[in-house]
Design a protein around this ligand. Sequence first.
Ligand code: ADP
Ligand code: ZN
Length: 626
Amino acid sequence: MEKKQKEFSLWYFVVAFLILIAIENFLLSSHLENLSYSDFKVLLKAGKVEDLTLREKVISGKLKKEGLEGLLPKEKVEELQRLGKGEYHFVTVRVDDQSLIQELEAAKVRFAGQVESTWFGSLMSWVLPAVIFFALWIFFMKRMGAASGIMEIGKSKAKVYMEKQTGVSFDDVAGVDEARAELMEVVEFLKNPQRYRRLGGKIPKGVLLVGAPGTGKTLMAKAVAGEAGVPFFSISGSEFVEMFVGVGAARVRDLFAQAEGKAPCIIFIDELDALGKVRGFNPVGGHDEREQTLNQLLVEMDGFDTNKGVIIMAATNRPEILDPALLRPGRFDRHVALDRPDLKGREKILLVHSKAVKLSPKVDLSVIAARTPGFVGADLANLVNEAALLAARKGKDDVEMADFDEAIDRIIAGLEKKTRVMNPKEKETVAFHEAGHAIIAESRPHADRVSKISIIPRGVAALGYTQQLPTEDRYLLKRTELLDRLDVLLGGRVAEEIVFGDVSTGGQNDLQRATDSARHMVTQYGMSERLGLATFEEPRTSPFLNIPMPQGQREYSERTAQAIDEEIQKLLKESHTRVKETLISKRSILESLAKLLLEKEVIDRTTLDHLLETQRNAVVITKKGV
Ligand code: ADP
Ligand code: ZN
């Protein structure tokens, strides 16, 4: 709409310009020469000119009717007659001719002078162009302003999207039951704030949705607003960060003011990481724009009262880089994780998205789900759409399994470039790797128990993960516990070594952590017998914020450095040997756990217990047999 109008007003200028040209032409046409100066002089000398007007640039006048033929060519005479409609008007361009006046007097011609332009002429020559230029200038300034926000500094209206009703419900978000259960509470708060306020409780302010891109964070936030029936304000973190210092902060202020007027409501900030990155040591010094905006956000979050019913939701796929201040109590203290969906979840999401699509009765969504490990909600939505388009292109009446197969192949080819989907061989490697971690964790007395093993890729680096739940919060760790942790870290790599006789790059992060852990044991905790009770390094993090500090100067000799390296190597080597022994002796459990992982992708504690139990029984039986 708006755009159309702008183009329309551009037409005004075009039309005005054309009219101007026409007027100019018309004015000029009365001045157009129809007689050359030399001819004029000939006629003047022959006494054929009467009634002359001298202007600055042209001379015009009338010729006597008789006796022109001998002096001018025949066509010229006819032309003059035609133009003058019987009278012989002429116009000639005035040239620098000193003797003209004398000649005129000699020929006894009546002549008069005339000043070139009237008010109309001067209007044409400069007022109108000035007006047009001014109008054009205003027009383009307005355009530029609309594009870059110059005209509306600090007004977030242009970029905040407000939806009175999102129209999304929890039923539209499938396969994320845990997140849904957690967010149900927020919906309750919004629907019925008095009930929670009655006993003096404080409604939560901020909920952070964490998950890979396309896992449905935005959709989930909209669903919360939809379920509660409240307005939904959304803005992206990257939109806060503007080129003008202070604009972002003003936007934040404006956003909160707008939202408060519409409470109860939800404010959703997408890509929180764009704005909430750790405030580090700025080498240039001073506050930069992003930092100011972040500070303003913190101030607003602290300042407003949730009892009004404004809940701030934010989404990020990089929670680890967020400023710790954002995660403090009273800010984004509730975290809801949206994982990549598992087999069942994928099937449910497919079901949601294929509702509007005409499926052939032979299509089995569970088979499709099994073929798409690593796909997130957005990928699955895309898949259904792609399959429908393929079927339509082939002129089919409904979408068949073959269309889905083709669509999966296409999407996987796209995703593989982004290293999010594994081929079967890779998947097997990851399964053994994670099984290795899990079995070592289970066989070490001081290691945390395994709570979940998954080979659904997560983020860019991790292809799978083994989650361990500490039984309690730990502030002190004994040497034995640290050693057991070291073993668990190496478990994945060693399992690959034993099973495939080769190692992959997948364990790089494990090795990094194992090395760091060993280094700390040697250099900070004084746990190496050879180096004794000395510490060699200052802690590498800032004391209050959990952010890295610039590395200080090394305070020990080259020889000590070498000794430290050797000690680290020794710790890692010994751990490697221990882990290898354990895994070889438990090879059959390793194999069956990996097989189960390949089949189910995610294994929880109960399934693991069950597996370990049956394995133990099996071992007992074979031992009895021997
Ligand atoms: P994110 O904000 O996490 O990047 P979105 O919420 O923008 O992801 O998801 C993009 C699209 O993917 C949604 O509009 C929806 O169609 C689809 N989608 C994602 N997750 C789910 C889900 N759990 N259930 C149904 N659809 C989903
Ligand atoms: Zn690992």
